[in-house]
Design a protein around this ligand. Structure first.
Ligand code: GLN
Length: 557
């Protein structure tokens, strides 16, 4: 609930709602649209994003990244849809697991309530029981967080059987919250067919019809299109779909998702929302535009090799890609990611023209030997190296094998019978039988050693990063690794777990058991990524007066 000052008297504003649905095609960028709308309205409003997904998994944690893209992890340990990455990056909020409502969670709740006897005597039905439960979940979040505005994204496309109940709940919401307090935004596709060379409105009309059949009448239509929508097409959509012409907004194809709020502002979207919801929260995009301009017009360029298993699908590494975009924005540098499939590395040519190497997180043994080999080459040739989660574990294995003389050293994840299990399962994981939601998940603190590269980058002895893993550096090997020159620059407060490692004699060789990419923001790039990119640019190692701070922080000093 927000406070508005009217004639000197503060009045309580009811919480406002925006429901966002999509039509015609999946993959039109609904998550980015929601995040961009949120960004534009966030100057004066507390905004909560909620995402409803129709699948029956409780969360995406058990899904293959090929299937569903990256699993995003929140501070509270929730494994959620990757759109939460966009929400956090654009809105500057720390999201909660409860804000991702899947049909799997809904059915779990219904089953529990039914067994408890909450519906005693009743036939449990989709309407009203399931839809009530969806709405109550949303209203509970509103009660907990007291936001000014809630943006609810319904996953999938109108007409999909999976999201019918969420759409029905959205339809009913206008009765619960009042028609003045909710607007409906529908994202569609406006194709320009080859040879016809004209923007076409039919798919939008049909998709809006599907929505209307479900009792939802959109207030705003965003048409994804390669070009700005013409006045003619806006008028046509307005006519056929019963929205004002100025409420038909271009969802332009952009090279860089951070341009989206700028496009929406240009199209007048904030004013229309302000008018329809009777709110006021003018956007200030000055700094954002400067950063976007740096991404678009970089002064220099580097190439970074990304050694991954899911390299065919950029969505699997969305947060890493965004972390590099944030570095681009602050260092005015184009970062070319060269995807290296390590399952079939034949020679060392993958390192030709490469300024730095990243080994990201991953599971299972496929491709790990290739990654270990790549890390060895990076270490021996002093190519900047950044290891993330599995990347840290493989760097430790490489170091153990080649510098500590521990032949056959491995992780018990890859080789349960290794003579030197330098990476082993966390003790608390040994008895865990269930797969879903059982890893070491969410934000954990680390104590950082002063004088290390990691300390210079974070400028702090206490850092908190998000985790998603089952294995760790085996404490039995801590001593030998350190004796041979590996520095544990960050450890858990109980000193049991290794959180950050580095090899100080090299230009940049650092890795973490965490996933710092999950907390990188446009305004505040993840420190490890920032330091790594600087090292790739061939700048001096990040220490001394410069401290490797991102531009924004340097400016503030
Ligand atoms: N497979 C490793 C583990 O479970 C690494 C996980 C990861 O990279 N996220 O510990």
């Amino acid at each position: 609930m927000g406070v508005n000052i009217l004639k000197g008297i503060p009045i309580q504003m009811p919480t406002k709602y925006i429901s966002v649905t999509g039509g015609v095609l999946s993959g039109l960028g609904k998550g980015i649209a929601v995040a961009s709308i949120g960004h534009l309205l966030s100057s004066k409003l507390k905004i909560i994003p909620i995402k409803c997904d129709g699948y029956l998994n409780v969360d995406p944690g058990t899904m293959n990244p090929f299937e569903h893209g990256e699993v995003f992890v929140l501070d509270d340990g929730g494994e959620v849809d990757m759109d939460f990455g966009h929400y956090e990056r654009f809105l500057g909020v720390t999201c909660k697991s409860r804000w991702n409502l899947t049909m799997g969670k809904v059915f779990n709740m219904v089953r529990k309530k039914e067994r408890k006897g909450d519906y005693l005597g009743k036939t449990v039905q989709y309407i009203p029981h399931v839809t009530d439960l969806i709405k109550n979940h949303i209203f509970e979040i509103v009660q907990e967080e007291n936001p000014d505005l809630v943006i609810i994204e319904i996953g999938g496309t109108v007409g999909d059987i999976e999201n019918e109940l969420f759409l029905e709940a959205m339809r009913q919401m206008k009765e619960d919250v009042g028609r003045d307090n909710i607007i409906y935004i529908h994202l569609t596709y406006v194709p320009v067919p080859y040879g016809v060379n004209e923007q076409k409105s039919k798919p939008t009309q049909q998709s809006v019809n599907l929505l209307k059949q479900r009792g939802i009448f959109p207030d705003i239509i965003i048409g994804r299109c390669p070009d700005f929508l013409t006045k003619e097409i806006k008028d046509k959509i307005s006519n056929f779909c019963d929205v004002n012409s100025d409420a038909v907004i271009t969802g332009l194809d952009v090279d860089d998702i951070y341009e989206m709020p700028i496009i929406f502002e240009q199209e007048g979207l904030p004013e229309i929302i302000h008018k329809k919801l009777n709110i006021y929260s003018p956007p200030d995009l000055r700094k954002w535009k400067k950063l976007v301009d740096n991404i678009r017009n970089p002064d220099r360029q580097i190439t970074v090799a990304m050694c991954g298993k899911y390299t065919r699908l950029a969505d699997s590494y969305a947060s890493i890609i965004e972390s590099f975009n944030h570095c681009s924005a602050h260092l005015s540098c184009k970062i070319d990611l060269k995807w290296v499939e390590t399952t079939d590395l034949k020679d060392t040519s993958f390192l030709d023209g490469v300024d730095g190497l990243v080994v990201p997180g991953g599971f299972g043994s496929r491709g790990t030997e290739g990654k270990i080999e790549a890390i060895r080459l990076a270490r021996e040739r002093d190519i900047p190296f950044l290891g993330l989660c599995l990347g840290l574990q493989l760097a430790v294995i490489e170091f153990a094998r080649n510098l500590c003389n521990l032949t056959g050293a491995n992780s018990t994840e890859m080789d349960p019978d290794t003579p030197h299990p330098v990476i082993d399962i966390l003790p608390e994981q040994k008895k865990v039988a269930e797969k879903g939601g059982t890893m070491r998940l969410g934000a954990y603190p680390a104590t950082i050693t002063e004088g290390t590269l990691v300390h210079a980058l974070y400028c702090s002895t206490e850092v908190s990063e998000r985790h998603r893993h089952r294995y760790e550096v085996n404490p039995d090997y801590h001593l030998i690794l350190q004796e041979k020159g590996m520095v544990f620059s960050g450890i858990s407060p109980d000193r049991r777990l290794v959180e950050f490692i580095e090899l100080p004699q090299l230009r940049f060789f650092a890795a973490t058991q965490a996933h710092p990419e999950l907390k990188s923001r446009m305004e505040n790039p993840a420190p490890l990524f920032y330091g790594f990119v600087k090292a790739c640019l061939g700048r001096e190692p990040v220490n001394g007066s410069e401290k490797g701070l991102p531009l924004s922080q340097e400016e503030e000093k």
